[in-house]
Design a binder for this molecule. Sequence first.
Ligand SMILES: *Cc1c(COP(=O)(O)O)cnc(C)c1O
Length: 353
Amino acid sequence: MGIGVLGKYRAYLPVSDSTPMITLGEGDTPLVKSNRLGAELGCGELYFKLEGCNPTGSFKDRGMVVAIAKALEEHSVAVMCASTGNTSASAAAYGAYTGLPALVLIPKGEVALGKLAQAMAYGARIIMVDGNFDVALKLVRDFTTKHHITLVNSVNPHRLQGQKTAAFEVSDVLGDAPDLIFIPVGNAGNITAYWQGFKEYRAAEMTTRLPRMMGFQADGAAPIVRGHPINNPQTIASAIRIGNPASWQSALQARDESGGIIDAVTDDEILEAYRLLASREGVFGEPASAASVAGLIKTVNQGLDLSDKRVVCIITGTGLKDPDLAVSSVQAHTVEVEPTMEAVEAVALSAAG
Ligand SMILES: *Cc1c(COP(=O)(O)O)cnc(C)c1O
């Protein structure tokens, strides 16, 4: 087995003899067993798939490595994407690694600081657009139709091919597919990719069953739940602040074929799950990632019995992407003291006891 997504799952990917087998070490992310929340929610088994452990801190790297390898194979001169932050960070990193210039369009004022810092550090050409993600994606689609530059948003089918490998990993580690997958839904590429991955692994007889796909949008950015595009999507979870998902139809297909749901969670529910996940499980995901856990809590509260079920929540990106939110939204246990043993003891012993 090779290293990285292309090497490890070559047989399932669009890899030919002329595809460069590049990797920044993406994939093979931890599947961590819940130590507290799962029991409290009455889950048979609960796991968190830590996609924030990918090289640029989100699952986007799985798809980007394939998209960039194919762009190189096709002698593309540059890649371009619209991004709420993580796609641009990933495109910029793989572009830097391979010498392929990355052009990224981002909605002005809507990208978390850590993600912007990444695109800058990796040396992408950053184009700020005075509009939201949907506007930026439309521009990029039109631009890449007109010019010979490769589009690396998830409408590029190679992206979803790479992203489906996460479903393979979950199945490989558990020995079979789980019963339910809880996953945030933004542009809806990832829920589509997971479902595709589970179906392919089942067809290859690597697993014996298929999970129910439980997708969650943010309440202020829930076009699929409402049944129509949202012109001005609003949510604290910037990675899923999308009003007109590119993979809308295939997300509905994943929902219906798997007997799952696509529902919405409020920003308050997302923030509550974001805090719980970090403070009760030691898993610091970004707000969009917490939508999966918020969705799990919501469905359990609505009466879904998971007592004999194996459940996986996809933690799509690391909480370090958005440090401002963590500092402003989490009640910190910070006190200031004189630099003396007495002063430290006075506060530290009470916290420890
Ligand atoms: C991109 C992203 C999502 C949403 O995934 P889609 O494929 O757009 O539905 C969720 N969480 C994080 C951290 C992301 O980067």
